[in-house]
Design a binder for this molecule. Structure first.
Ligand SMILES: Cc1cc2nc3c(=O)[nH]c(=O)nc-3n(C[C@H](O)[C@H](O)[C@H](O)COP(=O)(O)OP(=O)(O)OC[C@H]3O[C@@H](n4cnc5c(N)ncnc54)[C@H](O)[C@@H]3O)c2cc1C
Length: 378
């Protein structure tokens, strides 16, 4: 870690201390779960970070960021994760911003980037469909070009935070049926457009973070197309690369380890050693991704290795935490006596999604095998 990165830690700790309550136990599984009763706090934190140019820290200053290096950004997100800071703008800041900076029109940049960096505008990501998840290029939601508008019909699923979002980044088919990646386009779309229907999906923790989104003759003005028609897949794959290698995850892993160690009888803490080793390895793998970015190298299989290792390590850790805590570890945050505010069972349940979100473990293994080790496709 560079001295600058260590300085950023102090800045962000001060910013968090000014907003988060002293006994804050988080609002679910980072990066995106925010319980409705915590929305005001999450908004307040976003405003506070926005004022300090810490909401979109890695963006260039001209767009409202702080121009932090990848290692400084790592340090900042590690701190946010450790503090269990609720974050509404994960998709806006980590996915939408980088794509608009690279491929957006001047007008799209002018309109959306400051609104995200300063005013914490919430975005969702309309990519996955019921029949197109890992195999995203088979998606069927259509955007039909009609003069100065596109007319969208289709169905998205697993759309995180769609019910809180003001905007969506949408991938839809503009080419012929069967055109796969060559016929996809990327759009920005206001969520209050007529013809959009958002329906909740409740997850295993009983929370509502996920949604289905239905489109019926939704009109998107042509100026909301990102870049060129039918080139959206190229832009989207850039975007998906930003989804991996997450230091937030490392921070919350460290926090749960520290909290468990404090609560556990000292004779039992040896049970935490495998998780300590997992975290040390996962942190190094994630730091390697940040270091490559800092050296202007494009992480590929390295990002897959970090994501694969950390998501599976967190699942192992969840089970260890549950065993160490005994039956009380199964109490949820709805029980006032739940240890660590219900974070143990929450981690066990929601960590199951970690190996699906942002590319399943099987897909990561394929990337490592083919693009990393040069093995032939099976
Ligand atoms: C918590 C959470 C939040 C999410 N948020 C969003 C969001 O905001 N926006 C969005 O667009 N999507 C979101 N997703 C969807 C996510 O991107 C998909 O779940 C993921 O891409 C997997 O797709 P799928 O669920 O359709 O599973 P499938 O692709 O149907 O996979 C099912 C199983 O088959 C395996 N499999 C599939 N293809 C292969 C292959 N080629 N080789 C080997 N095994 C294979 C998979 O590994 C998996 O085990 C979210 C998912 C979760 C869990």
């Amino acid at each position: 870690m560079t001295p600058e990165a260590e300085r950023i830690r102090i800045d962000i700790r001060e910013a968090l201390a000014a907003v988060l309550p002293k006994d804050w136990q988080g609002s679910g599984f980072l990066p995106m779960d925010v319980r409705p009763e915590h929305m005001d706090l999450a908004r307040k934190l976003d405003e506070h970070l926005g004022k300090k140019n810490l909401l979109a820290p890695a963006w260039p200053e001209e767009y409202g960021g702080r121009g932090l290096s990848p290692l400084e950004q790592f340090a900042l997100y590690e701190e946010l994760g450790y503090a269990l800071a609720p974050r509404m703008t994960t998709i806006s800041v980590d996915l939408v911003g980088p794509v608009l900076i690279l491929y957006g029109s001047d007008e799209q940049k002018r309109r959306h980037l400051p609104a995200i960096a300063n005013d914490a505008m919430i975005w969702c990501q309309g990519f996955s469909e019921p029949e197109a998840g890992s195999d995203l290029t088979s998606l069927t939601t259509r955007a039909e070009s009609k003069g100065d508008v596109y007319i969208v019909n289709g169905h998205k699923i697993w759309t995180s935070m769609a019910h809180w979002s003001q905007w969506m980044i949408l991938v839809a088919r503009t080419g012929e049926e069967g055109s796969r990646g060559r016929g996809l386009s990327l759009f920005v779309l206001p969520m209050d457009s007529p013809g959009i229907d958002v329906r909740p999906i409740y997850d295993a923790t009983g929370e509502h973070m996920l949604n289905e989104v239905f489109f019926e003759d939704v009109r998107i003005p042509v100026e909301n197309l990102i870049g060129n028609e039918n080139e959206g897949w190229r832009y989207a794959t850039t975007l998906l690369q930003y989804e991996r290698g997450d230091a937030l995850f490392i921070g919350q892993f460290r926090r749960l380890l520290d909290d468990l160690r404090e609560r556990t009888n000292s004779n039992d803490t040896s049970a935490l050693i495998p998780s300590e080793i997992d975290l040390a390895i996962g942190r190094l793998l994630t730091l390697r991704v940040a270091t490559m970015q800092a050296n202007d190298e494009l992480p590929d299989r390295e990002a897959s290795e970090a994501k694969l290792f950390m998501s599976e390590a967190y699942q192992r850790f969840g089970t260890t935490a549950q065993h160490l805590s005994g039956l009380s570890g199964n109490l949820t945050h709805r029980e006032p006596t739940a240890p660590l505010g219900g974070r143990i069972v929450q981690s066990v349940l929601s960590s199951t999604t970690a190996t699906l979100i942002a590319g399943t473990s099987e897909i990561q293994r394929t990337v490592i095998a083919t693009r990393g080790l040069g093995l032939p496709r099976g």
